[in-house]
Design a binder for this molecule. Sequence first.
Ligand code: FE2
Length: 372
Amino acid sequence: MGTYLNDESPPMADTFPIRRVDHVRFLVGNAKQAAYYYHKVFGFDIVGYHGLETGLKHEVDWLLEQGNTRFLFTAPSRPGHPLADQLRLSGDGVMDVAFEVDDVDWAFNAAVERGAKPAKEPWTLRDSRGEVRLAAIHTYGETLHTFVNRDKFSGKFLPGFEDRDVRGHSVGIEEVDHVVGNVELGHMNVWVKFYEQVLGFTQLISFDDKDISTEYTALMSKVMANGNGRVKFPINEPAEGKKKSQIDEYLEFYGGAGVQHIALLTHDIIRTVTELRDRGIEFLRVPATYYEALPQRVGQIDEAISELQDLGILVDRDEEGYLLQIFTKPVTDRPTLFYEIIERKGAKSFGKGNFKALFEAIEREQALRGTL
Ligand code: FE2
């Protein structure tokens, strides 16, 4: 059974203060085109650029924002870039989930002391607008956590970036709700321990293969959250099943562990999903029988079920309220990265009641790809 582990525990001291997810950084083959896609389709504003014209000689960075969500797209601009091998291996994907912290040096030193593998020692970027301190550690696969503090910087993002002001037509995305990692068989607890011991996270929920299994495939998942509860990282590993699970498929196509999906929070999921669908985003669909069983499963909700069914939005209820969620098909050529759109009406959980219908929908897609 999915189990809430901390319902009755007293609040614990935050042993690793993190303000928030500062930005998610994507390593891509063509950052200009990726930026255009997230701008035109997902409705992000293009707010910053750093590349050849601004003195960055080896790569191109585009910065996009919507609500409190900040995405950074990085592409190597020359052969021999240090990230070129990773790009060749994994294709486009998330390379860094960066945290805003009070004190970068403290965060880096504490993390390394507690067992994190250092990626980049603390360094300072400066321009006429002030300075920003950064450092980075490794997490699963080739993914990084960069620590950033810009308290002494008057610009929007980082020194060197040139401001851009290309407004997108917002779809109502507010912030990153959670970021899910897929790790290799037997490694989930290694990374659970990493987030506990190194970054002071606590485990909110655990799902075993009895919660998350269909006739064919299974996975295990634990949800970790940081001290202030604003950063939530579910971690999945494959479990034994009759056929290849979606997690195995991801690991094969990405070449290892990495970020599987990013859940984006909206306060009006019907509007957000309608806009995204009209702009060409493809969502996973569940059978009509899902909606026939819905009223009995979730009780009274504000939304019309016919409207949810038309869009393919899923609903789940927990002790504190309900949530609405929907999942895109992969947004990359490889079946790796996808998005969840989520609206929370009190519920703080992750949609356990939808797992079965959802994974059967994923398996239908896997069967089409010949990877089930
Ligand atoms: Fe999710």
